[in-house]
Design a protein around this ligand. Structure first.
Ligand code: HSE
Length: 441
């Protein structure tokens, strides 16, 4: 074993960074044996040096992250500060000064992965980011390496623990969205400002990264269609249950049937209770991968938190250090297919549409005609009267309202949108209560 240590700079010492530092210290001998050389924490850049950090040697702390990555003797920079800047500038500077980089920064990789990979390649360095997608769950490496000989056609996953916790609570307790969010906040699953999670930004960044790696093309955050879960109601969950489904916030990356394009999207969707993703509870993540030769694979585990995310960072650290000792680099960007990312309108799936309609003769036929005129085939219809009509003897006549639920066969999102637009024009449709896609069948 080489005795001269590999030197590591850590940018950020919060929930994840402090766990990385702790494991590097407590598992130093094992890490050295696995790498073939000791790894030494050479400096830790933080914003607030006065904060008490148990177990972190004070002499390693600095507020000058730029000087740390410019030192020239740093072999690997671990970036766990998140956000676009200063992370991007620091990573680029690290490459320029001969270091490889391990990052947990999903927002940065999803926004600017191509430029970062190019900078790494220019300086013969590695850029690894297993921790950026679904915490401890190995996904980047399986897609980038284990499945490199296969053809991935679909990645379907729950990649945000906060929203899965909220939907799981709504499903199991009948709670509404706000109530479930409050519980997630009280238990520390949701941040004080939960926007990134509940509006789907966090999941969209992960979807962009997964789609790019899975399909060997460039997909950025801007290419991902995104809808959050703030509009999901207790009634939607109840309706899903009646269909033998549950509601999940899914990241879905697909290769088109003709193989000529891909799509990436994040939105709430109903999935059958028989689908493996339906049983992913609380704040867990799971990703279902469909590959031509391998078939269906599922990756499951904790998608967030200090220790799980540090586990993924440490795995990358070992890999990058091994590469350094071998004088090599690992896989870089693979975007050779250059497949275009199609707009949401071209996505083909099934839909659950809940309408508030007048309960009188001919309404069902009118609604069915609108679907037919837009080429959207109906699979099932369920109607339940809400009363309010005039009645005499045993006959209920016009004037009341009914809930009408239509589930379609597969259609494009554009066709479904036009259908819904036309339904809204009907006098007999009092309201389009909800539209939810049905996936996983
Ligand atoms: N906030 C994310 C989640 C974890 O709830 O899964 C970090 O991506």
């Amino acid at each position: 074993m080489r005795t001269r240590p590999l030197k590591v700079a850590l940018l950020g010492c919060g929930v994840v960074g402090s766990e990385v530092a702790r494991i590097m210290t407590t598992h130093a001998d094992d890490l050295a044996a696995r790498i073939g050389a000791p790894v030494e924490l050479a400096g830790i850049a933080v914003r607030r040096p006065e904060k008490v950090r148990a177990g972190i040697p004070a002499e390693l702390i600095t507020t000058d992250a730029t000087a740390l990555v410019k030192r020239g003797d740093i072999d690997v920079v671990i970036e766990v500060i998140g956000g676009i800047e200063p992370a991007r500038g620091l990573i680029t500077t690290a490459f320029e000064h001969g270091a490889s980089v391990v990052s947990a920064n999903k927002a940065l990789v999803a926004a600017d992965g191509a430029a970062l990979h190019a900078a790494a390649e220019k300086h013969s360095a590695d850029l690894y980011y297993e921790a950026a997608v679904a915490g401890a769950i190995p996904l980047v490496r399986p897609l980038r390496e284990s499945l490199a000989g296969d053809k991935v056609n679909r990645v379907l996953g729950i990649v945000n623990g906060t929203t899965n916790f909220i939907l799981d609570k709504m499903d199991t307790t009948g709670a509404g969205y706000s109530e479930a969010l409050d519980e997630a906040t009280a238990l520390g699953y949701a941040e004080a400002d939960p926007t990134a999670d509940v509006e789907g930004f966090d999941a969209a960044a992960k979807a962009a990264i997964l789609a790019g790696i899975a399909f060997h093309t460039r997909v950025t955050m801007d290419d991902v269609h995104r809808e959050g879960l703030t509009e999901v109601t207790a009634a939607d969950i109840a309706s899903a249950k009646r269909m033998g489904c549950t509601v999940k916030l899914l990241a879905i990356c697909e290769r088109a049937a003709d193989g000529a394009s891909v799509t990436a999207r994040v939105h709430p969707a109903m999935i059958p209770l028989t689908h493996p993703l339906a049983s992913v509870r609380e704040a867990y993540n799971a990703v279902f991968v469909e590959a031509e030769a391998a078939g269906q694979l599922m990756f499951y585990g904790p998608g967030a938190g200090g220790s799980p995310t540090a586990s993924a960072v440490l795995g990358d650290l070992v890999a990058v250090c091994r590469n350094k000792l071998a004088g090599a680099t690992g896989p870089g960007e693979s975007a050779y297919t250059a497949l275009p990312v199609s707009p949401m309108g071209e996505v083909v799936t099934r839909y659950h549409i809940s309408l508030d309609v007048a309960d009188k003769p001919g309404v069902l036929a009118q609604v069915a005609t609108v679907f037919a005129e837009h080429g959207v085939s109906i699979d099932t219809v369920r109607q339940q009267g809400k009363g309010g009509g005039t009645s005499h003897s045993n006959v209920v006549e016009s004037g009341g309202e009914a809930d009408l639920v239509v589930v379609t066969h597969r259609a494009t999102d554009a066709a479904l949108s036009s259908t819904v637009g036309a339904l809204r024009e009907l006098d007999t449709v009092r309201g389009v209560v909800s539209i939810m896609r049905v996936e996983g069948e």
